[in-house]
Write a new protein. Structure first.
Length: 120
């Protein structure tokens, strides 16, 4: 009987790990972070690498990944120039825009014709 409980507990733990929460949510047809703020992609990013570093990243904060996070499905984790980890969707790194003030704001969409609301 105790062995059955142990096996069940192990299977339940493995199942929960397999269904880890995605790093972003879909709201009104766009991706948002867990804080409800809009996520963006940058046309200059290529090859699963962020081209937005330094002052750029101060205005467009990356959707950071923790060392313990695991990529799944269309989500991957890239390594930034500073060695930190960032979430990407289909190879495109994801960012916030500092001028968005509240969930649902999309003031960065189309900025300099290279920033776009991330869509699933």
């Amino acid at each position: 009987m105790k062995m059955h409980k142990l096996v069940f507990a192990l299977l339940a733990s493995a199942s929960l790990a397999a269904f880890a929460a995605a790093p972003a949510m879909v709201s009104k047809g766009m991706l948002t972070g867990s804080n409800g703020m809009t996520l963006y992609t940058f046309d200059k990013d290529a090859g699963g690498k962020s081209a937005c570093n330094g002052p750029c990243a101060a205005n467009w904060p990356p959707l950071m990944a923790m060392d313990s996070d695991t990529a799944s499905g269309d989500y991957s984790i890239i390594t930034r120039d500073d060695g930190k980890k960032q979430w990407a969707l289909k190879g495109k790194p994801l960012y916030y825009w500092v001028k968005d003030q509240k969930p649902g704001d999309t003031t960065g969409d189309g900025f300099n014709s290279v920033w776009h609301v991330a869509k699933p």
